[in-house]
Write a protein that binds this ligand. Sequence first.
Ligand SMILES: [Zn+2]
Length: 81
Amino acid sequence: MISLEFNKLQALVWSVLNTEPDEIGCDTCFVHLDLFVDLVLAGKNAAGAMPLVQAHLERCPACLEEYEALLLAIRRQTEQV
Ligand SMILES: [Zn+2]
């Protein structure tokens, strides 16, 4: 069963890689949001590393809200003394 899940994951990654820019959906965006936020918080170029997520956030208010909430939550967590 594990290999089946891995194949599904691989298929998902390939579908993302083969999708034209700004064509990912909310589900795909959400899957990558954690990593995107991690890159932002690490001071990396998240938009450059994950342009599909960046493009989706720019045109999807719902995911942008989710992203900002996640960013804020993690910042609060790490900055809390
Ligand atoms: Zn969305």
